[in-house]
Design a protein around this ligand. Structure first.
Ligand code: DGL
Length: 281
């Protein structure tokens, strides 16, 4: 384990200086990180959390690598300074596969990223053909090529950049009803590929996508299983914070870089994750 991931405290801090109300900073471009927060709450119900949504930068999936890396590293630097988190979790596959190394270089804190669950899916598939759904930016990362070469040897991994699912997930959490047709349209590029009909397992490699799991199940039919990385990420965070004390002194906050009035449309959804104080960054 490297020193930036030392289990008890962040860099340069000792158990004595780490305040029990120091939060975990969970970061995503939008509401996707809530899928990770849901799992984290199960493991660390007492831990104070700041949920940061870069709504002004949403969507990341259509942006260039340079734009995402600069944006994520810059924002997390400013947020870490303002909120003094004990750990930062980048609950976004696009940001993690592009900017994790850079963020680790600039922040003296434990940083947990999000990795597409290719290893899990490769172990699950019976047909030997499995799918990877993420943003277009994630699909083209060398990080993903490496995971494929490492874990999908002898299997067939079909990828599809489904940027269209991101606004659907955002709309769903603002109260909209999402049609199965709209979801099917956004993912049809996966199943229409050669061997696409043999897919029995699909990796949801964008934290927004598990929010659409019922619609995805209906679109893919009963013979396809879905896996995502949220439980593994939550376990990793809990492991790094083992032995630390937690005390929530104020309601957990959700922060947006975007328009606060729009963010308030998410009030119901955010309150289901115990995020009751909505503020602008
Ligand atoms: N939630 C993000 C991910 O996991 C991406 C959504 C976006 O395009 O901003 O990749």
């Amino acid at each position: 384990m490297d020193k930036k991931n030392s289990p008890s405290t962040g860099f340069g801090r000792t158990e004595e200086t780490l305040r029990p109300d120091s939060p975990i900073l969970l970061f995503d471009s939008g509401v996707g990180g809530l899928t990770v927060l849901g799992e984290l709450r199960k493991l660390l119900p007492q831990a104070p959390v700041i949920y940061a949504a870069d709504m002004a930068g949403l969507p990341y999936g259509t942006k260039s690598e340079a734009e995402i890396a600069a944006r994520v590293a810059g924002l997390l630097g400013r947020m870490a300074e303002r909120y003094q988190p004990r750990l930062v979790c980048i609950a976004c596959n696009t940001a993690s596969t592009i900017a994790l190394g850079m963020v680790r270089d600039v922040l003296e804190l434990p940083i947990v990223g999000t990795v597409p669950a290719i290893k899990t899916a490769a172990a699950l598939t019976k047909t030997g053909v499995f799918g990877l759904l993420g943003t277009e930016a994630t699909m083209r990362q060398a990080y993903v090529d490496d995971l494929e070469h490492q874990f999908a040897v002898g299997k067939r991994l079909l990828r599809h950049g489904a940027n269209g699912l991101v606004p659907l997930a955002e709309a769903k959490l603002r109260g909209a009803t999402i049609s199965v047709d709209a979801v099917a349209q956004a993912v049809k590029g996966l199943v229409l590929q050669h061997h696409g009909g043999e897919i029995d397992t699909v990796v949801l490699a964008c934290t927004h996508f598990p929010l659409l799991e019922p619609e995805l199940r209906a679109a893919f039919g009963p013979n396809v299983a879905f896996v995502d990385g949220s439980q593994g990420i939550a376990r990793r965070v809990a492991h790094l914070l083992e032995g630390q004390g937690f005390a929530r002194t104020t309601p957990d906050r959700a922060v947006t870089t975007g328009d606060l009035a729009d963010f308030r449309r998410l009030e119901d959804a955010l309150s289901r994750f115990d995020l009751c104080d909505l503020i602008a960054f």
